[in-house]
Design a protein around this ligand. Sequence first.
Ligand code: FAD
Length: 399
Amino acid sequence: DYRKTMRRFADVLKSAWLKTMPRIGNNSLPEILTFARLGLKLRLLGKADMGEFLRIAALPARDLMEENFESDLLKAALSWDGLIGSKMAPRSPNHTVLGMLYRMNEEQGGDHALPNGGIDGLIAALASSAKAAGAEIKTGSRVARILIEADVGGLSANGVELADGEKIMADRIVSAADPKRTFLELVGTPNLEIEFSNRIRRLRCDGYVAKLHLALDGLPEFNGLERPDGRLIIAPDLDAIEFAFDDAKYGESPEHPVMEILIPSIYEASLAPTGKHVLSAHIMYVPYQLKGGWTNKARKALLERVIDTIARYAPGIKKQIIHQELLTPLDIEQTCNVTGGHWHHTEFAIDQMLMMRPTYEAAQYRTPIPGLFLCSAGCHPGGGLMGGPGHNAAHEILK
Ligand SMILES: Cc1cc2nc3c(=O)[nH]c(=O)nc-3n(C[C@H](O)[C@H](O)[C@H](O)COP(=O)(O)OP(=O)(O)OC[C@H]3O[C@@H](n4cnc5c(N)ncnc54)[C@H](O)[C@@H]3O)c2cc1C
């Protein structure tokens, strides 16, 4: 019943995720219709369900779990999708349930899917489709700045300059870099109104998820599991998640990390040599800004605690490790060029959602600089590998 109800509620929001949100203060009919459609879908739920939807949408995950389940394990596991990637824990008010509904919107209704060939396979498919449509792709070419032209009509974007000095001119520039990086680094504040650049500067972009990669000599055995396939969540109860969050919110590395583990080589044999495996885990909550900084000692201590935690459930795993790597949000910022190493580029929170994402005046993928568009997770509807921001941005660019 819980699953059916949540899917019904997720369906209501579906119409809003793949649509450009109306501009604040804009009275154009198509934009108003976006909200009207959402209101109608809500109304069609019927009186009882509509009331229930409005009641739970802003509920802390913990309250929803306590209302529906008795098992501590189930409560922790089912709240996970509302929390991962955000600075929120089960007791956080306002939008953890919205986060859950967001994840349930994807085609599989919240079930996770791995693309053929892993993420590399997805990237190869997107690249080959773009090339077939005539795109030329340049990788390993850092954009140093977006070129802005000034004339009597005002400013407009007309190209990019790469780090090696090469200039590429174009009528439309579309940035998949996060909003802070796009505006503060690539456009530059001298080209922006002060109120706008202040709003961008205030975006909350500190990531709270670290990534663990292990290369293993064989398939690890987890207590009580015939085969360690599917998503393995280590979070014994809601308090375990909350306490890990408490450490992180005061800038500490979690004493007892909670995590989600996947062994993708079970599904995609090409990811590891025969007989070997790779394990990937999302560790929560690991602060971008650690008190005392992310020194080698701090990194090593966290890695040890994470491996010790996994070894409690998979006792033989330590002997199977051939190589290990832990990326903190700071490492992710540096290696993936994402401000704060944030999962959604900027916090997925009620004040940074819908027509406020990343901020008004840039929430419809167009920006205050004509010719410059945004298309990343920092835009509506948000992050995760769902293609929503790119889909909506493409529609706006083609208008
Ligand atoms: C640790 C972690 C684990 C995650 N795991 C999952 C998961 O399992 N499933 C899931 O669905 N989502 C996951 N996510 C979220 C997901 O990865 C992001 O939401 C998603 O990648 C955002 O896609 P994007 O294209 O908007 O931005 P990005 O994937 O961040 O792409 C932006 C690109 O712009 C490039 N760039 C930035 N600046 C420049 C520049 N100056 N010049 C040239 N290029 C530049 C960056 O290098 C990057 O390649 C995870 C996120 C994190 C941090």
